[in-house]
Design a protein around this ligand. Structure first.
Ligand code: RAT
Ligand code: ZN
Length: 431
């Protein structure tokens, strides 16, 4: 054991965090062989919905007219308003700059056309994926895979399998949040669900889930839920969770991931940029965790006001894995607060961050920004421990960092073969 001094500590932590390859447990990215549903490039970076919301505050364009613009024109408007006419200090704007910088752009020129030329035209899906994963030091990516999505569904149905470092997450928002419409689609696809919820419908929805689990081999099933989410509840959602999701999840060992707190489309014209949030009740989650101890739950919540209760709940139930600083929480001030609070209440038994990247190149900024913050927080926490006289060893710090950015996730989802520490050779299943 090498005992570290406080002077050495910062460097050891920064190196360990920097060098640790990340498993990104929630993204909206796709394996390169899924074709053009995988987004990347300068115009995609600039038209990220986080920036669409911001440009509307400075531009007087009508929302409907904004959507009539081509993607390139939208990107140009965003560049003009949010980067040139005002300084790009918001986290989403800063993120574009960090990603462009990482991809080699000379930001001193402020020349959008030259960035497009250098970045977008120089690559194809597979080459850009290799390049960005290396720059971001991400080696495993969990996708968001929605069988109700008409662009994605045929890709799976024609037998396409993701690359070995892209992992599926079976996303079931339409099933749980819009069953009134989804049941018609289920019927079209040969699942004999009735108008009224009955045993036959439960069996058929279960068959639908089982078929897609077989097709996708997902690491978890996931849904985003409103702040009004209630469980148990006599509603389509409540019945499907009780009769289908929980039994399937328990039987297969595939955790049920819930992302709670989104108020969809408070400003519908803004599309993805028009969602909001509110504080949710913790009662449904408490009920699920205590009533279903043999089920595994993965949870993130969108309201800052829910974070303390969620972390305390994590102390009560080991069938809960808390992850990430989601969406409007993915800002330095909140990441700092949430991550400190989680470490103080739960030690290292959390997954501190995911990227939620919708555009491949965002992996560069999302992980650079988060890793810098997490390394700083870890330094403070280890330094406090060191001052008590407890010896700290560099290898133990690397172990902890590997758990945070990789192994806690794989262990929780039951894929022990993916657990790996420093210096170990990659098992053949990976990459
Ligand atoms: O963060 C986002 O981009 C949101 O629009 C959502 O995709 C959210 O992360 C989700 O997965 O529902
Ligand atoms: Zn997401």
């Amino acid at each position: 054991m090498t005992i570290l001094s406080e002077d050495q500590l910062r460097q050891v932590i920064e190196d360990a965090v920097q060098r640790q390859p990340v498993t990104d447990m929630h993204t909206h990215l796709y394996s390169p062989n899924f074709g053009d549903i995988l987004l990347w490039g300068v115009d995609e970076l600039l038209t990220y919905h986080y920036l669409v919301a911001e440009v509307m505050r400075w531009s007087d364009i009508q929302t409907a007219d904004f959507w009539k613009l081509s993607k390139q024109e939208q990107a140009e408007l965003i560049w003009q308003k949010l980067f040139l006419e005002h300084s790009p200090i918001s986290e989403a704007c800063r993120g574009v700059l960090t990603s462009l910088q990482g991809l080699g752009a000379d930001l001193s020129t402020r020349d959008l056309a030259s960035y497009r030329e250098a970045i977008d035209q120089a690559s194809d899906n597979a080459a850009q994926v290799r390049r960005v994963l290396e720059l971001a030091n991400v080696d495993h990516v969990v996708m968001t895979n929605d069988p109700f999505d008409d662009k994605e569904r045929p890709i799976w149905l024609n037998g396409t399998k993701p690359d070995a470092n892209f992992h599926a997450a079976l996303r079931i928002d339409p099933l749980l949040n819009d069953y009134a419409n989804s049941k018609h689609r289920l019927r079209e696809w040969g699942y004999d669900v009735s108008d009224e919820w009955d045993d036959r419908s439960a069996a058929e929805v279960t068959r639908f889930l089982t078929d897609w689990i077989e097709r996708m081999d997902p690491v978890y099933m996931a849904v985003s839920l409103p702040p009004t989410f209630a469980f148990p509840e006599e509603s389509d959602r409540g019945r499907i969770i009780r009769d289908c999701i929980l039994p399937v999840s328990r039987k297969t060992g595939i955790p049920f991931a819930m992302m709670i707190g989104v108020k969809k489309r408070v400003h519908p014209e803004l599309r993805d940029a028009g969602d909001y949030l509110a504080k949710a009740s913790m009662e449904p989650l408490e009920h699920l965790l205590s009533t279903y101890p043999d089920n595994k739950f993965i949870v993130t919540m969108l309201s800052r006001e829910n974070q303390h209760e969620l972390a305390v709940l994590g102390r009560k139930f080991r069938n809960l894995l808390i992850f990430g600083c989601w969406w409007f929480l993915n800002n330095p001030i909140i990441i700092n607060e949430m991550t400190r609070m989680r470490f103080e209440l739960l030690g290292l038994s959390v997954v501190p961050q995911h990227s939620d990247a919708r555009v491949l190149d965002q992996l560069i900024y999302k992980w650079k920004h988060s890793k810098e913050l997490i390394a700083g927080i870890l330094f403070d926490k280890y330094a406090d421990v060191l001052r008590t006289g407890w010896p700290l060893d560099a290898a133990e710090i690397r172990r902890d960092v590997a758990d945070l950015f990789r192994n806690n996730f794989w262990r929780f989802v039951g894929r022990e073969n993916m657990v790996r520490y420093d210096d170990e050779p990659a098992p053949s299943a990976a990459l």
